[in-house]
Design a protein around this ligand. Structure first.
Ligand code: ARG
Length: 272
């Protein structure tokens, strides 16, 4: 019922896009050498941080490193559940060096970091969803990494196969709306293999389904606190469906970061 949804306070880890650029192309959104407006990226990113804080969430920052233009996409660096950190091993050699500064941040905070043995891109492909972890594969994170994640956390990992290169990470095609007492998600079915679509329909008969337009507008790269959904302002159909279910869309425009294939969720790692 509209108005009755309860937000849960979150702790987010982010990284300022001071060194943001599109210098290589590792997904279909990226065009090598395409100019980016770093000041605009910084402004848009700051608006996201401000929106989180204005809604009661804690935001922590990893210092950005020069020469790592994708480091702003904090979600990819690890997945943290119950204070246990499973780090990252990027597929693209250009991104491999990002894992270290994030690991250093966690270690300085007193966390131990488990290193993946197989390619694993953190919350980009691993979406903790209450009783289980939804795990994408097909482009980046491997099935071997899914097994490592299940073994490390002792939480069931549900593998989902991504089939559309525009939605190369699970968090570009699906996000959790609630992970507390009610567990639900929003997703774009066309991003998944037929079998994975059936799995999602079985697990989430009440899911909010998004159109391809919503997905291309980075509408599924959203962050929900259980009530507020921080969402791309271009995903209008999806925002309407969410509002009809009692969620409160909070539009945040990260169009400059879309040039690298990332949006709101990509810029946000949750420390659980
Ligand atoms: N350029 C980055 C890459 O292709 C974008 C990562 C976006 N992050 C995400 N969680 N989907 O790896």
């Amino acid at each position: 019922m509209p108005g009755s949804r309860e937000p849960r306070r979150r702790r987010f880890l982010v990284c300022e896009p001071r060194h943001f650029a599109v210098r290589y192309a590792i997904n279909p959104w990226m065009e090598t050498g395409r100019p980016v407006d770093v000041l605009r990226a910084l402004d848009q990113w700051q608006a996201l941080v401000d929106a989180y804080r204005a809604h009661g969430h804690t935001v922590e920052r990893v210092p950005p490193v020069a020469g790592l233009p994708d480091m702003v996409f904090a979600a990819n660096a690890a997945v943290v559940v119950g204070g246990r950190v499973f780090g990252s091993l990027f597929l693209a050699p250009e991104r491999r060096a990002e894992s270290l500064p994030y690991e250093a941040w966690f270690k300085a905070q007193g966390y131990e970091v488990q290193h993946p043995e197989s390619v694993c891109e953190g919350e980009g492909d691993l979406v903790p969803a209450g009783r289980w972890i939804l795990a994408g594969t097909g482009f980046r994170t491997t099935v071997a990494a899914h097994r490592e994640v299940q073994e490390f956390f002792g939480v069931p990992v549900i593998g989902l196969t991504l089939v559309d290169p525009f939605f190369y990470h699970l968090d570009t095609a699906l996000f959790t709306l609630d992970d507390g007492t009610t567990e639900n998600i929003a997703y774009y079915p066309g991003a998944f293999s037929p079998g994975s679509r059936e799995v999602l329909a079985r697990l989430y008969p009440d899911a909010v389904l998004a159109t391809r337009e919503d997905a291309l507008a980075f509408g599924l790269n959203s962050v929900s606190d259980g009530r507020h959904v921080f969402i791309s302002p271009r995903a209008t159909a999806l925002a309407g469906r969410l509002a009809a279910r009692g969620y409160v869309p909070v539009p945040v425009d990260l169009s400059e970061l879309h040039k690298a294939g990332g949006g709101i969720k990509c810029c946000t790692q949750e420390i659980r």
